[in-house]
Design a binder for this molecule. Structure first.
Ligand code: SF4
Length: 340
């Protein structure tokens, strides 16, 4: 059988399509690995379409229709399809596969760039797809692989909420992986409860950075405690990355900027995460009360901070004339042009 495996969210690494490819090849099928419904995909008997981001859904639906018009049987899945199954059905007539697919979940491989050692997260944050995709129950895997490549990463949603035995085994197995990206990072609300124990365990990893998140007000104090602790261990700001959700739940630009400044003052590296609703295919979503360009301002905070700009003092506002000229020459971000 000829099977097309399509990653609609290319160039983003899509773990699922790599597992599908491996499985189908092992089963003796001919696999066309593609990013769109191209002429080779249209010649296949069946196509598996995987979509990570909701803003990729319009083109994915177009591809699904083209494939079906060419007589190809189509299955659709992935986080975006799980988030908006009705949209896919309305535009293609295809029922999506929602959530994880057990047919592919445990396909082993030695060349995956990303792996999961656990699934699920009990926190169920309103902006997060994990509860829909994987559920709220933590599931620990034993049969996971070691990620490969230059930037190997582990995508577990909340590793600190897995059992201690799982975490110990995990660190044991990953301790020789260089430049490991523990992508979703550590839950600061859990980390702060037993910092010495977590430090003793996770310092054995060759991690690219200690990642945390500051998405909700309840994390304000937690992130301070964790970052202060890591500073006492000699971890400098470039090695502490804090994801900060921006634009969610009536978050204003002023509030977002204040949170990012708070992180700068804590001497960590803020990483603004742009909120996009799970039920929208709009890529450049602008939160209510925001104007175009403010998101760019938030991301510039990170860029400047990482380049060392914040070291000059507590505040990056106002900036020096020389730096302001440089910013303005970039065109889109005029720090003083907003009414904050
Ligand atoms: S803690 Fe993280 S993974 Fe868990 S629901 Fe919240 S955002 Fe998602």
């Amino acid at each position: 059988m000829k099977i097309a495996v399509i990653n609609e969210s290319f160039p983003r690494y899509n773990f699922a399509v790599h597992k599908m490819k491996k499985l189908f090849v092992a089963q003796g099928h001919t696999v066309e690995f593609s990013r769109r419904a191209d002429m080779w995909a249209k010649e296949c008997d069946k196509a598996y379409v995987s979509v990570i981001f909701t803003w990729d859904l319009p083109k994915a639906c177009q591809d699904i229709n083209n494939l079906r018009a060419a007589g190809v049987e189509v299955e659709v899945g992935g986080p975006a399809a799980t988030a908006m199954p009705a949209y896919v059905f309305e535009n293609t007539g295809v029922m999506v596969h929602q959530g994880l697919d057990e047919r592919f979940e445990h396909v082993r491989g030695d060349d995956y760039r990303a792996v999961f050692t656990s699934r699920g997260c009990p926190r169920a944050c309103g902006f997060c797809i994990v509860q829909k995709m994987e559920g709220r129950k933590m599931i620990e895997y034993e049969d996971y692989d070691i990620p490969a490549g230059k930037n190997p990463y582990v995508c577990d949603n909340n590793i600190l909420l897995t059992s201690w035995a799982h975490q110990q085994t995990f660190v044991d197995r990953m301790r020789n992986v260089k430049n490991l990206d523990l992508n979703s990072g550590f839950d600061d609300r859990v980390f702060m409860k037993d910092m010495d124990r977590y430090w003793d365990l996770y310092r054995n990893l060759k991690m690219e950075s200690w990642r945390f998140a500051y998405d909700k007000p309840e994390q304000r104090n937690a992130i301070k405690i964790c970052s202060d602790f890591l500073h006492t261990k000699g971890i400098e700001y470039r090695k502490i990355t804090v994801f900060a959700l921006v634009g969610w739940d009536n978050d204003s630009f002023v509030q977002a900027r204040e949170r990012l400044q708070y992180l700068v003052d804590l001497q960590v590296s803020p990483y603004p995460m742009r909120f996009r609703p799970l039920d929208s295919v709009e890529r450049n979503y602008i939160p209510p009360g925001w104007v175009k360009g403010r998101w760019r301002c938030c991301s510039l905070i990170t860029e400047w901070h990482r380049s060392g700009g914040h070291i000059l003092g507590r505040s990056m506002w106002p900036i020096t004339r020389r730096k302001r000229r440089k910013r303005n020459s970039w065109g889109r971000c005029r720090w003083r042009g907003y009414d904050y």
